[in-house]
Design a protein around this ligand. Structure first.
Ligand code: LMR
Length: 309
């Protein structure tokens, strides 16, 4: 997807640096061979390595997909201690070798907390440059609304994922719209079923990752990769006017979410910078859900720090 331009646009040449662990070196080389064989016009080079320093050398964008994987029936917390040490090591390599303005997207779970650990151990990378993926959940929410209304997914926008990329995340449709023949109408009004929106819709999106694992016996791959491209593309090239997307970013205290957490907020992006959408009305139902997912992130943060010690 990256070599085809799905991440940085059709005019941006790329050099791919791919890192894997030593037992996967041969398979990694096979991927490199395939990338060469595909003759992508935008692909100007491929570095396939098991050396983290070589992988991080001068990179402008780092997509952190490596982590100890979650298996069926496991919660993200179960994989915390393995991932904390992985993220500590990779953060130190980025700190030493990446471009100083490197943009980082953490995909591997627990994504928000891995990003926080990465921030801790890569102190010279600006905190605004360290993010985690909740665009997958955002896209899942768009998908569920489009299925329910039988409209095309590109006619739905401005859903919000608040909080953690976990089963406590809060998919919020209170500001979402659907384009109809009359213009942009409120998703809540068009769906006209608060019961579904406040229960089944939320749990379906919250549990979608687990449902994919149950069905595939593997975690999401295509949708995760595609939403990682969406995340970076909008961050670098900007969000369309009037559209916001969800990104896990370092909280500045907006919406009463404590500073020091990587929390998913609605954002718009311009000139390579994200900004949290301000001034959205938050009702009591949303407040409780936003606080519950913040509480889980605070607990994950303490658990991660205790693993570090
Ligand atoms: C997903 O949302 O699909 C993944 O984060 C699930 C997982 O834990 O691998």
């Amino acid at each position: 997807m990256i070599a085809r331009g799905a991440m940085l646009g059709p005019d941006q040449p790329v050099i791919l640096h791919m890192l894997d662990i030593a037992p996967a070196a041969e398979a990694l080389n096979g991927v490199k061979m395939e990338l060469i064989d595909a003759a992508f016009p935008l692909l100007k080079g491929v570095v396939a390595t098991t050396d983290v320093a070589e992988a991080c050398m001068d990179v402008n964008i780092a997509v952190m997909v490596g982590g100890f994987p979650r298996k069926e029936g496991m919660e993200r917390k179960d994989v915390m201690s393995n991932n904390v040490s992985i993220y500590k090591a990779q953060a130190s390599a980025l700190e030493k070798h990446a471009a100083p303005d490197c943009k980082v997207l953490v995909v591997a779970n627990p994504a928000n907390t891995n990003a926080l650990i990465l921030k801790e151990f890569a102190p010279s990378i600006p905190e605004k440059n360290i993010t985690c993926l909740t665009r997958l959940d955002h896209n899942r929410a768009l998908g569920q609304i489009s299925e329910r209304l039988n409209v095309h997914v590109s006619d739905v926008k401005n859903v919000i994922i608040w909080g953690n990329h976990s089963s406590t995340q809060y998919p919020d449709v209170n500001h979402a719209t659907v384009t109809t023949s009359k213009g942009e109408e409120s998703v809540r009004e068009i769906v006209a079923d608060d019961n579904w929106l406040n229960s089944e819709f939320i749990t379906t999106v919250q549990q979608r990752g687990a449902a994919i694992i149950k069905a595939r016996k593997l975690s999401s791959a295509l949708s995760a990769a595609s939403s990682a491209c969406d995340h970076i593309r909008d961050w670098v090239l900007g969000t369309p006017k009037g559209t916001y997307v969800s990104m896990g970013v370092y909280s500045d205290g907006s919406y009463g979410i404590q500073e020091g957490l990587i929390y998913s907020f609605p954002v718009t992006c311009e000139k390579g910078e994200w900004s949290i959408v301000q001034g959205l009305k938050i009702d009591e139902f949303s407040r409780a859900k936003m606080d519950a997912t913040a509480k889980e992130l605070t607990e994950e943060k303490s658990l991660a720090y205790s693993c570090l010690n």
